[in-house]
Design a binder for this molecule. Structure first.
Ligand code: CFM
Length: 543
């Protein structure tokens, strides 16, 4: 594939990005900045510690565990064991929506539960206070489950959240209590917290309820957290196709659904980074294969639905999926036809999390736009280069910190949903089972891939490439916009969304059209448009 846009020489760009760094830092950063080639997928340094002093956009292990993976499940009381700030900053900041069955059903997402650790507890221990908090939550809410999240001081002083949880669980008898050693420092980013969360959910929740519910085509949706209502749109499409969603991990989800997840016949994975561990563990223990899907983008949605239908191999389902696509696509096409002449040929940069920098490229492609540079904040090499590099990834001291569960086939419940021969047949049809090819194979040659991009590098990239839109988060938003480039938040969606499925794609096209074609950006004098002498005030909007 050839770029429709003129790309500057990417090797010169790399030099520009790192030439202001001290030699040691430059050497390290150089390994995380690569010129893409979809054929050879060069190695990207990823999932390594950020250089101290560099402004990164990463979060912590606790954020990945509590905020990302466990947080969206509405009927778990999530108690943060730590100082109040850790809880406050994880309180309703992620826009994970949920829809209780009735207004009377449990929904604890709006609450902020914390042990409010004080100096006294740091010095003399906080377990007693934690048990009091668990008891209080139980007395007030009688929830199905209580999860405890360790913040940094908990690990430093050695409070045993697991022992406290076990004790309280035994005491209550009707409430599942379990803890997570997800102290912020456990890994180099929130990615460590995802893994810790996967282990805990797998150990303490999945498999607790063996009741097999009705439904011919049963699957779990892994790694979809219902930001801005994304999961609602996917659920709507599944319903329409006659696909039964047993559990979502964990957007719009419940304890009951997750406990029952092992009765599904397929796991489809949206966000590979945050939940691939669960897919693998469920395959080993229960015999459920997983498949990577992407419901971001109308074309990607149709592809994913067809993959699901092909997996189940049922002619009626295949026909129904085609009917749904035929019903949904005209409205999408109509909007595309209207908008695309205005967006065609424009350029985008995406620096987001651990999956969206890849997924959202499909929506831009649908708009005729080119992604000229992209990167994740905390993904691993497999999310860039594809899972075939997994055996080649060096396990460093930081990764060794995180427990690898030893999973074996369940003596009673292991039931391979497909035989080896059937799996081979599906693979021959082009269905990637238990695989993910990563971001780079989809990006054009000579585009730039940057892992854990620093604030300085983002500004440099904007100066050098002058993209039509930059996608990142709230921390970058206003700096980028002051440079005269619109920034689309792909974590919170700038309070919009959903962006998944057919209806979500339309929302996205309209939002991007409004942003890249807004005349206001031309009225801002960008720093590179100013004379040298004026450059001191370059970061201000007014000129
Ligand atoms: Fe997965 Fe996510 Fe993401 Fe993520 Fe996140 Fe998020 Fe994200 Mo923000 S689970 S990796 S840790 S898709 S909160 S819903 S938007 S960084 S790209």
């Amino acid at each position: 594939m050839q770029a429709k846009v003129n790309l500057p020489d990417p090797s010169l760009i790399t030099e520009e990005l790192i030439n202001k760094y001290p030699a040691k830092v430059a050497k390290k950063r150089r390994k995380s900045i690569v010129v893409n080639d979809p054929e050879t997928t060069p190695e990207v340094q990823a999932n390594v510690r950020t250089v101290p002093g560099i402004i990164t956009q990463r979060g912590c292990s606790y954020a990945g565990c509590k905020g990302v993976v466990l947080g969206p499940t509405r009927d778990i009381v999530n108690i943060v064991h730590g100082p109040i700030g850790c809880s406050f900053y994880a309180w309703l900041t992620r826009r994970n929506q949920t829809r209780p069955e009735t207004p009377e059903h449990e929904n604890y997402i709006t609450y902020c539960f914390s042990t409010d650790m004080q100096e006294e507890h740091v010095v003399f221990g906080g377990e007693k206070k934690l048990k009091v908090a668990i008891q209080e939550a139980y007395d007030l809410f009688h929830p199905k489950a209580i999860a405890i999240f360790s913040t940094c001081p908990v690990g430093l002083i050695g409070d045993d959240v697991h022992a406290a949880s076990r004790e309280m669980k035994a005491k209550f008898g009707d409430c599942n209590v379990f803890g997570f050693s997800c102290e912020g420092y456990r890994g180099v980013s929130q990615s460590a917290g995802h893994h810790i969360a996967n282990n805990g959910v797998f150990k303490h929740m999945v498999g607790n309820n063996n009741e097999v519910k009705a439904g011919k085509f049963k699957l779990n949706l892994l790694g979809e957290y219902n930001i801005g209502g994304d999961a609602f749109e996917i659920e709507r499409i599944f319903d329409k196709c006659g696909i039964t969603l047993v559990a979502s991990f964990s957007g719009n989800s419940t304890v009951g659904a997750i406990e029952n997840a092992h009765t599904a016949d397929l796991n489809v994975i949206m966000c590979h980074r945050s939940i691939n561990y669960m897919g693998d563990m469920m395959e080993t223990k229960y015999g459920i294969p997983w498949m990577k899907v992407n419901f971001v983008g109308a074309e990607s949605t149709t592809k994913s639905l067809r993959k699901i239908a092909e997996y189940f191999g049922d002619e009626e389902l295949k026909a129904r999926v085609e009917e749904v696509i035929a019903e949904e696509m005209p409205a999408v096409k109509a909007i595309i036809d209207e908008i695309r002449p205005r967006t065609e040929g424009k350029t985008a940069m995406l620096f987001v999390g651990g999956s969206r920098a890849h997924h959202y490229q499909d929506l831009f492609t649908e708009l005729g736009m080119t992604t000229i540079a992209a990167g994740y904040e905390f993904a691993h090499r497999d999310d860039y280069e594809g899972r075939e590099v997994l055996p080649k990834i060096k396990i460093d001291a930081d990764s060794k910190n995180i427990e690898e569960l030893k999973v074996t086939a369940d003596p009673d419940l292991y039931n391979p949903r497909k035989t080896e021969a059937e799996l081979e047949e599906l693979k021959a049809k082009g269905l990637e089972i238990n695989g993910y090819e990563g971001m780079m194979k989809q990006m054009m040659k000579k585009t730039l891939v940057v892992d854990d991009v620093s604030h300085y590098e983002s500004e440099k990239l904007i100066e050098l490439y002058k993209p039509d839109i930059f996608c990142a988060g709230i921390k970058e938003k206003y700096v980028v916009q002051k440079m005269g480039v619109p920034l689309k938040q792909l974590h919170s969606y700038d309070y919009g969304g959903p962006y998944t499925g057919f209806k979500g794609a339309v929302n996205f096209y309209k939002d991007i059209d409004r942003m890249v074609n807004n005349p206001v950006w031309k009225m801002i004098k960008a720093p590179w448009e100013k004379a040298e002498s004026e450059s001191l005030e370059a970061s201000y909007v007014a000129s």
